[in-house]
Design a protein around this ligand. Structure first.
Ligand code: SAM
Ligand code: SF4
Length: 368
């Protein structure tokens, strides 16, 4: 097993000209670019989550196998230039919000360059990243300077014994150091993602929520989702905890939570405040209270395929179009067309209630 930093070996040769060409190119569909594309159900899809690697240094029990993970070949990962081209195509049709994820995005040696290139694309209004924070102490300042706005940090426990039971190769003090570094660098608001698993960290949810009393952080409890058809998917079912129970535990310890007004209709988190607290307690409940109706997102897998809904298997390849060798304008037109088809093809929602879920992918390949 290796958790070495890496970058893709695919060539960036044609990408240098893409930015200048694209800047000269007239906006393809001005009305579309203003409003964002709508899917068949009338949802505006203007948020692209880009998995920039499927490698990870922690290998959480519900996400990625400890040994022999199914990883994309190096040259199947998109290059920084290809990611920039893709973001240019997405903004041209109205995408505004972007997130880098993985696997662990900080394992890409060219992460700072990716942030710089993406954040400078006209039309990018928000660039965030989801990370396990291990490498943030050395990266946070450079990432902020490169245009990254904020981070969501995944941390399932504050306890030195509990944390590695879930985030296998993680150490709580290293994750906390990464969170502090992100805050110092201004990658705020800091949002913490806590996946809750029965018999693992469910006894600790009140302690995690209590962090928001003193700190201006968002602590968001996430329900386990089954992805793949192996041990991770089974564990996500056997150790599932409903956020109804998590909220009950938090309130039993900290008192009734005050509901906060909905600031953003596509926020998947139901947000609350502990009385008198500085931060926010959130509940992300894809299983017990699906938010598919407000979905505004498209996902790109690490190996360059649009994944139309996190909990379905439908995908559309875009890597081949990026690498077709055709003139830059024709390539961009093809990429935009695939992205519009992907938006149009989004399913109405997941079918977990019917026992259906993503079989062909694990979470580390899609990015959460
Ligand atoms: N490595 C980064 C991290 O852990 O935040 C980014 C990628 S990770 C796949 C994105 C998010 O997916 C994590 O923050 C974690 O909360 C969530 N996640 C992973 N596996 C999950 C599962 N089976 N069910 C629910 N959430 C999961
Ligand atoms: Fe790695 Fe994030 Fe998956 Fe954990 S959840 S194994 S940190 S990609």
């Amino acid at each position: 097993m290796t958790d070495a930093s890496h970058t893709s070996h695919a060539t960036d040769a044609t990408d240098a000209t893409d930015a200048t060409d694209a800047a000269r190119e007239p906006r393809v569909a001005p009305a579309l670019a203003r409003t964002g594309p709508r899917d068949r159900f009338g949802r505006v899809i203007d948020y692209l989550r880009i998995s920039i690697t499927d490698r990870c240094n922690l290998r959480c029990v519900y996400c990625m196998p400890l040994e022999h993970p199914d990883l994309a070949e190096d040259d199947h990962l998109l290059t920084a230039g290809e990611i920039e081209t893709l973001v240019r195509c997405a903004t041209a049709i109205g995408f505004r919000k972007f997130r880098l994820t993985g696997g662990e995005p900080t394992l890409r040696r060219d992460l700072v360059e990716i942030c710089r290139r993406v954040s400078r694309v006209p039309g990018v209004e928000d660039l965030a990243m989801t990370t396990n924070a291990v490498r943030l102490p050395e990266l946070a300042v450079d990432l902020r300077a490169a245009g990254l706005r904020r981070v969501n940090v995944h941390i399932d426990s504050l306890d030195a014994v509990t944390l590695p039971r879930m985030m296998r190769l993680g150490r709580s003090e290293r994750l906390l150091a990464g969170i502090e570094a992100a805050e110092r660098a201004g990658l705020t608001p800091i949002k913490l993602n806590v996946v809750v698993a029965r018999g693992m960290n469910d006894h600790e949810v009140a302690d995690l929520a209590r962090l928001t009393v003193e700190r201006d952080w968002h602590v968001r409890f996430i329900e386990l989702m089954p992805l793949g058809s192996s041990a991770e998917a089974r564990l996500s079912v056997t150790h599932f905890v409903s956020n109804v129970d998590t909220r009950r535990r938090v309130e039993a310890a900290l008192g009734a939570l005050e509901p906060l007004p909905i600031a953003n209709a596509s926020d998947e988190s139901d947000n609350f405040r502990v009385a008198g607290a500085r931060g926010v307690v959130g509940f992300i409940s894809p299983v017990s209270n699906p938010y598919c109706g407000g979905c505004n997102r498209m996902r790109l897998t690490a190996d360059g395929r649009f994944h139309l809904c996190l909990l379905n298997d439908d995908e559309m390849d875009v890597r081949a179009a990026l690498r077709s060798g055709r003139p830059a304008a024709a390539r961009r037109e093809a990429v935009r067309a695939i992205l519009l088809r992907a938006v149009a093809g989004k399913p109405t929602g997941h079918r977990l209630d019917a026992g259906l879920h993503t079989r062909g992918r694990r979470m580390h390949q899609i990015g959460g």
